[in-house]
Design a protein around this ligand. Sequence first.
Ligand SMILES: Nc1ncnc2c1ncn2[C@@H]1O[C@H](COP(=O)(O)OP(=O)(O)O)[C@@H](O)[C@H]1O
Ligand SMILES: [Mg+2]
Length: 288
Amino acid sequence: MTVSPGDIKGLHKYEILLLKTLERLMKKYLWVPEENIRKSSRLSAAEMEYRLGQLMEKNMVKSSSVPYRGYQLTFSGYDALAVTSLVRNGTVTALGSLIGVGKESSVYEALGTGALVIKLHCIGQRSFQSARLNRGFMPEWSHFPWIFASTYSARQEFEALKALRKGGANVPIPIAVNRNVVAMSYIAGVNLHQAVLEEPRAVFDGIFENIKKAYELGFIHNDLSEFNVMVDGDTVWIIDWPQWIEPTHQNADDILLRDISNITTYFTKKYNIVESPEKIRDMITGKQ
Ligand SMILES: Nc1ncnc2c1ncn2[C@@H]1O[C@H](COP(=O)(O)OP(=O)(O)O)[C@@H](O)[C@H]1O
Ligand SMILES: [Mg+2]
């Protein structure tokens, strides 16, 4: 699901108030009763009715009439709250076009202090299961695993970007995280799978230098491939970090090897560079 920048810019202050009220009350109710929304938002019944209708037209809220009239935020409603907060606190001054849609995220160009992207994480029920095993936070969101999972995913990515950037790895600069949305610096490069490299060897080496640095900082990517590397000349960035694992993870060696093999296979096919993934793994882990 993707947000409409126009709909977000056009939100009335009472609509934002209602989105926030719903967000708060959804910790308690699966469908938030009309009466509770009215009391908590302090809007008149008529105003509330009208504004909820507007929000439903924008697909930011949905309603149920059984067993009583109640309302919920949708994914778009949650996205809208996150983006509105980033706009209000000055992180984002303009929202641009959609530049990437993956299975579990949408990425938009934006402006702030310089060129940014905002990445909206949207994770469904399945991925939530494993996240829940790892951490025990947010039990109050148990009705809404998608809110939990997407917020969790955004925080994981932000945490990785912060540590990696500080440690000198080439990743986007993390700027802010709000709910399920991460703001980071815009990379003026192209995805590796779309690039025609003049110096493939330099890029190949650059990728593994960064993966080694990340490993030493405590991060294994866990979804590394030509789709999650960006390049400009022979400068390399590794992107898309929410699913990282620690080197102490019980399957760390296999996962690291899979990450490496995805890259070596790609370089063998496209640029005829042949290197042993196991040797690269030993170089990265320091185990000879
Ligand atoms: N910081 C960034 N700068 C420029 N483009 C980006 C940036 N982050 C992501 N993108 C673009 O958006 C696409 C999707 O982002 P990514 O983080 O890989 O999410 P996912 O693959 O999970 O949807 C990327 O392949 C890339 O083209
Ligand atoms: Mg990706």
